[in-house]
Design a protein around this ligand. Structure first.
Ligand SMILES: Nc1nc2c([nH]c(=O)n2[C@@H]2O[C@H](COP(=O)(O)OP(=O)(O)OP(=O)(O)O)[C@@H](O)[C@H]2O)c(=O)[nH]1
Length: 131
């Protein structure tokens, strides 16, 4: 099982979503940006590293949502979502085809990577019913 961390980066009530590069696996589908954990790496350390590499943004993760396990043809992933604050940087796309800042209610309209669907649902529930 491949462990993957993904970032829900929030800013001004919106969350950052990114479109996978067209020639990658799940190419053209939307995801929360992130990537695979390196050996011995925590999800928190992984997501800070990946978001700096992929988007030139500085973030700090502060909470985890429920992980989603998904079986793709030929691979299984455990996707670990992390809520993150944005601290700085100038957004640059080093790997993705596109990105956008969306309101929670705008998220369901996207063509998501299948593994992300339960995460999107949990996030929308959480933001509609804040503690
Ligand atoms: N970063 C990220 N990956 C996701 C999400 N949802 C999802 O199914 N994945 C999958 O998790 C894996 C993460 O891989 P990656 O982004 O680090 O690297 P990659 O494209 O080279 O992966 P690959 O070798 O499977 O093609 C991919 O198979 C990707 O499709 C998500 O929201 N964020």
């Amino acid at each position: 099982m491949t462990e993957v961390a993904c970032a829900l980066i929030e800013h001004n009530g919106r969350v950052l979503v990114a479109q996978r590069g067209l020639h990658k696996s799940e190419g053209g589908l939307w995801e929360f940006p992130g990537g695979k954990l390196e050996p011995g790496e925590s999800p928190e350390a992984c997501i800070v590293r990946e978001i700096a590499e992929e988007l030139s943004l500085q973030i700090s993760p502060y909470a985890r949502l429920a992980p989603a396990i998904h079986v793709y043809p030929g691979k299984s992933i455990r996707l670990i979502p992390l809520l993150c604050r944005l601290h700085g940087g100038k957004l640059q796309l080093h790997e993705h085809a596109a990105c956008q800042w969306l309101l929670p209610q705008e998220l369901p309209a996207l063509a998501w990577c299948p593994a992300d669907v339960p995460i999107v649902e949990e996030y929308i529930r959480m933001r509609h019913n804040p503690q």
